[in-house]
Write a protein that binds this ligand. Structure first.
Ligand SMILES: *[C@@H]1O[C@H](CO)[C@@H](O)[C@H](O)[C@H]1NC(C)=O
Ligand SMILES: *[C@@H]1O[C@H](CO)[C@@H](O)[C@H](O)[C@H]1NC(C)=O
Ligand SMILES: *[C@@H]1O[C@H](CO)[C@@H](O)[C@H](O)[C@H]1NC(C)=O
Ligand SMILES: *[C@@H]1O[C@H](CO)[C@@H](O)[C@H](O)[C@H]1NC(C)=O
Length: 851
């Protein structure tokens, strides 16, 4: 059944993507393929055109707009069968300093590609010839010889920003020897290919000034795919397979789709990388539950004396729905991208995305490593990467090879030009330094002024200073048709925080404090100045959905106060930020206590208590308020645990009031998390409380089996926990698939009750599912069975564990009487009071064996 739903989903996605492709095609049709203005393909020393990888190289002697200022040069051609490719058949050998001058039509970055092969029988010892190659500005090769070069030929690719009308490439032999080259390419590239900025990693900070620097390609990989040569790439690049760089311990699976499925977004084109790069990827192989916690790592030998430009290409070609794939990316041991959720950036699947970094290779290693690995916050344990480029960056001496500057090789000729270059460099450097000092000063000043802003009174409305946002908001509220024309000023939303306070509390949104990522935005851990721990949820201001969810969440939370619902401390709406501040849940999401981390396993009793707490929170949502509320995104990452492992339901961003539901509104958007989604809701798009009950059933199975709701790498019949666990439950063999760590400590009757409860929750039709109240009652009973079994013949349990509490819940409390959320005294709430009122229920439970 669920598979059917999955298939429907895939079909839907396909249909949508088809329209997108058509749309993209129409948009793209107006742009021609990139044609380089400068396009020199030179076969040095050759007497005839040579075709290599689909491109025609013209002999250097015949090229019209090429000036070769060669001193004494010799031409050799070999017909030896040893020659690896035709392009290496001929060479020009220089006995003294010689250069090629290329007329440049279009300033900007150019590919400069050099082909070297020590052609046999040339009459010179080409293998030990020490070759130096320089341009006006950069040293490309410094005394290179083939002596230790096991690969018989050498191909070099550079990306150099040419800012004058000519590019002069000079070959310098060492004293008493010769230099040579077989072929040269000088080809312009689009301006949008490389930018001035990238993210430096150690420490993390923006790095600018790249456009002044030369790059040398050292690795370019089509991850999970095959070798692509110049013919398969509109910019004549080659892409290697990644297998030989994979760390031995990385167990991976190749994933691929048809290249035509790739949907380039604005700003990414086939020039960024061909679609055949994005259409293949490596993903985590064999991500079996027990040991799903590993990274896929690629290891690249590099020269530790240089910095590297690293471009990572991603494309989610595996997920079946949005926001299911969240993973971490590391470069060396630094987190390059934490909790990367591709679909929240691209808003669609199979959409390419890339990110640039600059890395100083760590001083104690000659290797650069790139890893992707699972994020504990994610629903699905997986990670992926599609392509990777690593380019060496020229050093302070403008060299890509060694520690000599161009001047040391060309003492007189272009010294004037280089002096200018150095002056410009200094000015740029000085400006940057001044800017940096200025920035620091500003920060300091702000920091100092902050203290005066503190202690702002509780509420100052309107919620949004930004009137434009306000308008957007009211439109949404009209559309949604929920009876929620609440006047925000009449409700205590808690403390208003200044943005500076939030920055201080979260250490400027330090990625190391990241707790999770959701549709709405990122959640960080923080500490207020008084030491209170908080969770800061920062919305993405650009996302419409974000604004709607922000509003929903505030509205919901302002109406709800319950011991088993995470409570709001305050918010910040400065600078069009949407930030919510919650009580800190010290033990984090339930999921991280089940699998994917090293946290100690929860006992069966703890698990039952947590499920009961969450069920109580949901029951309150469904019945406690004047209008029933459907959470719509019940999952183990939305059930949080406080320092006493009390479970609280979080994330009301998708919640909807019901049952007086505006049907048309709901039918436009099936929301929720894949794997937890009620199949009936999906099919009929009718939202009821029973959809939450279904999702809760998935949570119960997850708690028992400690595996993700959806694990696409498992065999087909195991992918979906609901289907898989149900098949075992129906056989009465749930104990076969439960968490190994529980074996021996679970009372069979308790397990049976639990399994039956989960089974009922997962019923195909909503009408057959129990209410949350029934679920709660059954879980209490399962706990009681466990307790009686373990405490048989023991002292009666002390009263401090108050899990046998009520099912009846009071209606929504009067806000004036509600416990203040600011001072955190929210422990003595309704459910404690209910304990007495529901002693009747308790009495039914005291002797479970009698039932
Ligand atoms: C070599 O190639 C160039 C450019 O493609 C072409 O114009 C020229 O006619 C070719 N020469 C020969 C001898 O084929
Ligand atoms: C090349 O350098 C010039 C001058 O520094 C700069 O203005 C331009 O943006 C650079 N182009 C690229 C593609 O980096
Ligand atoms: C993945 O690599 C990073 C960086 O080295 C490390 O911090 C992290 O613990 C690794 N994760 C796993 C699951 O091994
Ligand atoms: C890095 O530079 C040092 C000299 O400072 C040199 O001895 C070493 O060989 C260089 N490393 C590599 C890998 O070339």
């Amino acid at each position: 059944m669920v598979l059917l739903v999955m298939m429907m989903m895939v079909k839907l996605v396909k249909l949508v993507s088809f329209f997108l492709v058509v749309l993209l095609f129409l948009v793209n049709a107006s742009f021609a393929l990139y044609t380089p203005l400068d396009n020199y393909l030179i076969a040095c020393g050759s007497s005839q055109n040579i075709t290599f990888q689909g491109h025609t190289f013209v002999p250097d002697s015949q090229h019209s707009s090429l000036v070769s200022k060669t001193g004494d040069s010799i031409v050799v051609t070999s017909n030896s069968r040893l020659v690896p490719f035709p392009i290496y058949q001929s060479a020009r050998i220089f006995t003294e300093k010689s250069s090629y001058t290329f007329e440049i039509e279009q300033e900007g970055r150019h590919w400069l590609r050099l082909y070297f092969y020590p052609v046999p029988n040339s009459g010179h010892d080409l293998i030990s010839a020490a070759i130096t190659v320089v341009t006006d500005d950069f040293v490309l090769l410094s005394n290179f010889t083939f002596r230790n070069y096991k690969g018989s030929y050498m191909f070099k690719e550079y990306a150099i920003n040419v800012t004058s009308e000519t590019l002069i490439v000079t070959f310098i032999p060492s004293i008493g020897s010769v230099a040579f080259v077989n072929a040269i390419e000088v080809v312009s590239m689009p301006d949008e290919l490389f930018f001035d900025q990238a993210l430096a990693l150690h420490p993390p900070a923006p790095f600018s000034g790249l456009s002044e620097l030369a790059f040398e390609t050292v690795y370019r990989l089509n991850i999970g795919g095959s070798f692509l040569n110049a013919q398969n790439d509109t910019l004549g690049r080659t892409w290697d397979n990644d297998l030989k760089y994979l760390h031995v311990n990385s167990s991976v699976t190749n994933v691929s789709v048809s290249p035509s499925n790739i949907k380039y977004p604005k700003g990414v084109t086939a020039e960024t990388a061909p679609n055949s790069v994005y259409a293949t990827a490596e993903a985590m192989g064999n991500a079996n539950v027990a040991n799903s916690n590993f990274n896929i790592t690629w290891v690249f030998p590099v020269d530790r004396n240089f910095s590297y430009f690293i471009r990572l290409h991603f494309c989610d070609i595996m997920s079946k729905s949005l926001n299911t794939l969240v993973f971490n990316v590391y470069i060396n041991n630094d987190t390059a991208l934490g909790s990367l959720d591709l679909s929240s950036i691209t808003n669609d699947l199979a959409v390419p995305y890339y990110k640039d970094f600059v890395s100083n290779v760590s001083v104690d290693s000659d290797n650069l490593t790139v890893s992707v690995g699972p994020d504990t916050m994610a629903d699905i344990t997986n990670a992926t990467m599609s392509g990777l480029e690593i380019m060496k960056i020229s050093n302070a001496l403008k060299s890509l090879d060694g520690f000599s500057s161009v001047e040391s090789f060309l003492p007189s000729s272009s010294s004037k030009k280089n002096t200018i270059g150095i002056i410009v460099g200094c000015v740029v450097g000085a400006v940057a330094a001044i800017a940096f000092v200025g920035l620091c000063y500003c920060c300091l000043v702000q920091r100092n002024s902050k203290s005066t802003q503190q202690g702002r009174p509780l509420l100052s409305l309107p919620l949004y200073g930004n009137s434009q946002t306000m308008t957007k908001m009211s439109t949404i509220s009209q559309k949604s048709g929920t009876a929620s024309c609440i006047s925000l000023s009449s409700i205590n939303l808690g403390r208003v925080f200044t943005f500076q306070e939030i920055l201080d509390a979260s250490n400027k949104f330090d990625e190391r404090l990241l707790l999770g990522v959701g549709g709405f935005g990122r959640v960080y851990k923080g500490t207020l100045e008084d030491g209170t721990n908080i969770a800061v949820k920062r919305g993405n201001p650009r996302s419409e959905q974000g604004i709607a969810e922000f509003r929903t969440e505030i509205e919901m939370l302002s109406k709800l106060r319950h011991r088993h619902l995470v409570s709001l401390i305050g918010y910040c709406d400065e600078r069009s930020e949407m930030i919510l501040v919650y009580e800190c849940m010290a033990n984090g999401p339930l999921r991280s206590h089940l699998y994917g981390t090293d946290l100690p396993p929860l006992s069966w009793k703890q698990r039952l208590e947590i499920c009961i707490g969450a069920a109580r929170g949901l029951h309150y949502l469904h019945t406690g308020a004047s209008q029933s509320i459907i959470h719509r995104d019940v999952k183990t990452t939305n059930i949080l645990l406080d320092d006493n492992f009390v479970a609280k339901v979080a994330d009301f961003g998708l919640s909807k009031t019901g049952p007086a539901l505006d049907q048309t509104h709901v039918s436009t958007a099936v929301k929720g998390s894949f794997g937890y989604l009620d199949p009936e809701y999906f099919r009929r798009q009718q939202l009821t409380e029973k959809s939450d009950v279904y999702s809760f059933g998935v949570v119960l199975m997850e708690v028992l089996c400690t595996r993700p709701a959806l694990n696409p790498v498992l065999p087909r019949d195991q992918v979906n926990i609901a289907e898989w666990a149900m098949s075992w439950q129906k056989k009465g063999m749930l104990d076969q698939i439960m968490d190994q760590k529980l074996i021996g400590s679970v009372n069979p009757a308790s397990l049976k009750k639990f399994g039956e409860t989960a089974e009922k929750c997962l019923a195909e039709y909503g009408v057959d599912r129990p209410s949350m109240g029934d679920v709660l009652w059954n879980l209490e009973y399962a706990l009681q069975l466990q307790e009686t079994a373990s405490s048989a013949l023991m002292e009666p349990e002390d009263n401090s564990t108050n899990h046998i509490t009520g099912i009846q819940l009071t209606t929504l409390q009067n806000f004036d009487n509600s416990v203040s959320m600011i001072d955190g005294e929210n422990s003595a709430t309704d459910d404690d009071a209910e304990d007495a009122a529901t002693s009747a229920v308790f009495s039914q439970l005291v002797n479970p064996h009698g039932r």
